[in-house]
Design a protein around this ligand. Structure first.
Ligand SMILES: [Zn+2]
Length: 366
């Protein structure tokens, strides 16, 4: 498998260079940490590329494609944030639907006010017609929600968001009497299995499942192919990564969480080797723009957006920790002894508390 090596050595050198530069600069003002200290309770939208956006603050990160075909979401955030998330999603859906400008001109020879030209070919209009074209168009409907896992942080908002959306069926007879089918919810079949076993609300269950290694949306959506890959036994046994092939964005779900250790869920079928395979799959799909930077954008399940280098650095961390714990386990160390040796110490400053991660690696490495 092709791998992109991002040397930690070079990272350390850069860090050292920055520290030296800071020391040379001398009396730097104390950094303003007030922003970092305030917990964010609001929801933000970040344009990723083309018609793909990232919604942050709704529990998990949510990826949204919006355009001529409606909206496709990857994940729906938590139940607690559902109404705020929905508000933001609908706001995105109204984007680009600016009402047509009003004109009082009637007939073919309509010139812009105060000018003698140019000729506007579509100037036939009367006040009532103008009122129609000037009224705001309805927003794009939420039509598809892809679930990257069954985790309530990612799927809790599904019932509310799907109910606000729609699936267009053949015939549409029900529509005539005001019936509406919620948005189509797509996930790996193990998402359905996990959700039924855990008795999740039925409205959060996927209405369309797949069981093969890769699954495509059946046609272009908003100008591009959207492809799903199941990454077996990674964080759980139900993970999907979603690849927007033209926008070149990968929605990775919890396989990639920069800023926190991977939440491998052993009870739900997650393994450290499956996670590494999944991360390598993402790196295989992704193209850096230049020296591992830029290029394919990767939206993780939580935290900031990343690129190929970010995923490679994260993958390296998982692999290094896995190797260390494997060596210790081979020597016969019990889990408590492994933890006492602090196999993640040099990464804890970036990724936080390693306890459950060490447990999961120890239990599942082979
Ligand atoms: Zn998550």
């Amino acid at each position: 498998m092709k791998r992109i090596s991002v040397g930690l050595g070079s990272l350390a050198r850069w860090t050292a260079a920055i520290l030296v530069a800071a020391a040379v600069a001398g009396s730097l003002a104390a950094p303003d940490v007030t922003l970092a200290q305030q917990p964010r309770t609001d929801i933000q939208v970040m344009p990723v590329r083309g018609n793909v956006f990232m919604i942050v603050g709704g529990g998990s990160n949510i990826t949204v494609s919006t355009g001529v075909d409606g909206m496709l979401l990857v994940d729906a955030g938590s139940a607690a944030m559902a109404s705020k998330t929905l508000e933001k999603v609908l706001e995105l859906g109204r984007m680009g639907t600016t009402p047509a400008p009003m004109t009082t001109c009637v007939g073919p020879s309509c010139y812009p006010a105060g000018s003698l030209g140019p000729f506007l070919p579509f100037g036939w209009a009367g006040p009532s017609y103008n009122a129609v074209i000037a009224s705001p168009k309805p927003g794009k409907p939420i039509r598809w929600i892809i679930q990257t896992s069954a985790d309530p942080d990612h799927t809790g908002g599904t019932p509310a968001l799907a109910a606000a959306g729609t699936t267009y069926n053949g015939g549409e007879a029900g529509r005539l009497v005001g019936e509406r089918t919620p948005a189509t919810i797509i996930g790996h079949e193990n998402v359905l299995k996990r959700m039924t076993m855990a008795k999740f609300p039925e409205l959060a269950w996927p209405s369309e499942t797949y069981y093969i290694p890769t699954y495509k949306m059946s046609q272009y959506i908003n100008g591009e192919g959207i492809q799903m890959y199941n990454t077996p036994a990674a964080i759980t046994d139900a993970d999907t990564i979603v690849y927007f092939r033209f926008s070149d964005v990968i929605s990775a779900g919890d396989l990639f969480t920069p800023g926190r250790y991977p939440g491998i869920d052993v009870e739900q079928g997650g393994t450290v080797q499956g996670l590494l395979d999944g991360l390598n799959k993402i790196i295989d799909l992704a193209f850096p723009e230049y020296r591992h930077q830029g290029g394919t954008m990767i939206v993780g399940g939580h935290g900031r957006i990343g690129d190929t280098a970010d995923v490679a650095i994260y993958r390296n961390m998982v692999e290094i920790v896995r190797d260390r714990i494997r060596d210790m386990k081979k020597k016969g160390l019990a889990i408590q002894q492994v933890k006492a040796q602090k196999p993640t110490l040099d990464f804890d400053g970036i990724y936080g508390s390693p306890d459950t991660f060490i447990d999961a690696v120890y239990q599942t490495l082979r």
